[in-house]
Design a binder for this molecule. Structure first.
Ligand SMILES: NC(=O)c1ccc[n+]([C@@H]2O[C@H](COP(=O)([O-])OP(=O)(O)OC[C@H]3O[C@@H](n4cnc5c(N)ncnc54)[C@H](O)[C@@H]3O)[C@@H](O)[C@H]2O)c1
Ligand SMILES: [Zn+2]
Length: 365
């Protein structure tokens, strides 16, 4: 039986939008978009992998709903989250005469979502876009909140804009075709939501982890919706990350640095974040703000999910910390570090890079 459709609203005044979480609902997207007053021309952007799997139902549904569709297929992979892909999109939008009232549909993972979102933010000074996320990471994180960007050779996400989607349309059944490693990496972000904001979600993950790993749609729909609700709540309070939105960076200070020192080759983002969360929880215990049993629960759940928990032995702490210093979160020589106070609550702590290195070293011994 299909789980009932769940709807979460991101309340941002005139930029508010719904997130619909359902199962096998891609063929209903056109109908949903018809109700949203978009112009008659739309463009679907997908990467080659996702196009093979899901373009047909999405395109068919849009055409049945009366939209004229351009289809833009990008090569898959983070290395294509760049200005060349953007140019390819702009060229097609211009050739297809998409207008101010037109919408883009981002069908895929976070890469397609981020590039398409930025194209929508900038084409004709900004047009609407719809997120149809097909990875777990994109469903619980990148499709919600309006951060859009492409990478520059000097760094990730250096060229971007805040531009909220008009609609987020999630089909958890699409996760069945996702490589297991990508699914598990996405679970790291779900665990993160439990740790930072929702002890009940964390318990639920402990109870249902095996079903989640077997891609049980009912449970997935439940935890994806719970995750989106948490992200929506944070974005509502702080759309442009001036303060509270930074709680979403729990596990990311170490995680981002680890991705960088391993040249984005060794770990998927979620895997690096998994290690980062366990290290941040350990630092929280060392700083006296988190109890040890909570740390143990976090570590155990991350490990049970099949995610890594320890820093690789060959990573040099000095180099890791250097990457944190260049990260945009540093202020006045200290790093704004997100600590957990048990499960479900966080606090910020300004830590000098040398203090972080010392804590990580203690942990390693
Ligand atoms: N905007 C934000 O707030 C935000 C937040 C977090 C991450 N991000 C960005 O998201 C990106 C990572 O996203 P991602 O992890 O989704 O990676 P991705 O978009 O590269 O997708 C991962 C792989 O899975 C494939 N794929 C996607 N859906 C599939 C499906 N249903 N079945 C089979 N294969 C499928 C893709 O083709 C790709 O090869 C990064 O660029 C990151 O910076 C953005
Ligand atoms: Zn993340």
């Amino acid at each position: 039986m299909k789980p009932a459709m769940r709807t979460i609203t991101v309340n941002l005044g005139e930029r508010s939008y719904p997130i619909h979480v359902g199962e096998n609902n891609l063929a209903e997207l056109g109908e949903a978009m018809r109700g949203a007053k978009f112009g008659p021309r739309v463009a679907i952007v997908a990467d080659a992998n996702v196009a093979d799997l899901y373009l047909k139902p999405v395109e068919g549904s849009l055409r049945r709903a009366g939209f004229a569709c351009e289809v833009i297929v990008l090569p898959a992979g983070e290395e294509h989250k760049n200005v060349d892909s953007l140019t390819a999109i702009y060229d097609r939008l211009i050739a297809g005469r998409l207008e101010r009232g037109s919408a883009l549909v981002a069908l895929g993972g976070g890469v397609v979502g981020d590039v398409t979102g930025f194209a929508a933010a900038t084409y004709l000074r900004g047009i609407a876009y719809v997120q149809v996320p097909t990875t777990l990471l994109a469903q619980v994180d990148s499709s919600v909140g309006g951060k859009t960007a492409v990478n520059h050779r000097e760094g990730k996400n250096l060229i971007g804009a805040f531009h909220q989607p008009r609609l987020v349309w999630i089909d958890v059944a699409a996760l069945r075709s996702l490589p297991k490693r990508e699914l598990v990496a996405g679970l790291a972000e779900v665990i993160k939501y439990g740790v930072i904001a929702d002890g009940e979600l964390f318990c639920r993950l402990e109870e249902t982890l095996d079903e989640l790993l077997q891609v049980n749609s009912e449970i997935l729909a439940e935890v994806v919706a719970a995750s989106c609700a948490i992200k929506a709540g944070v974005v509502e309070q702080d759309e442009r990350e001036s303060d509270v939105r930074a709680v979403l960076n729990f596990g990311h200070t170490v995680g981002h640095a680890l991705e960088a020192v391993t040249r984005y080759e060794k770990f998927l983002h979620g895997e690096a974040v998994a290690i980062g969360m366990v290290q941040a929880a350990a630092i929280s215990v060392a700083e006296g703000v988190c109890d040890r049993p909570s740390f143990e629960r976090i570590r155990r759940l991350v490990a049970r999910a099949g995610l890594p928990v320890d820093l690789p032995a060959d990573v040099e702490l000095a180099e890791l910390v250097r990457h944190m210093e260049v990260d945009k979160k540093s202020a006045a020589g200290k790093i704004k570090f997100v600590l957990c106070e048990g499960i479900g609550r966080t606090r910020f702590h300004a830590l000098a890079p040398s203090e972080i290195a010392a804590r990580l070293a203690e942990k390693a011994n």
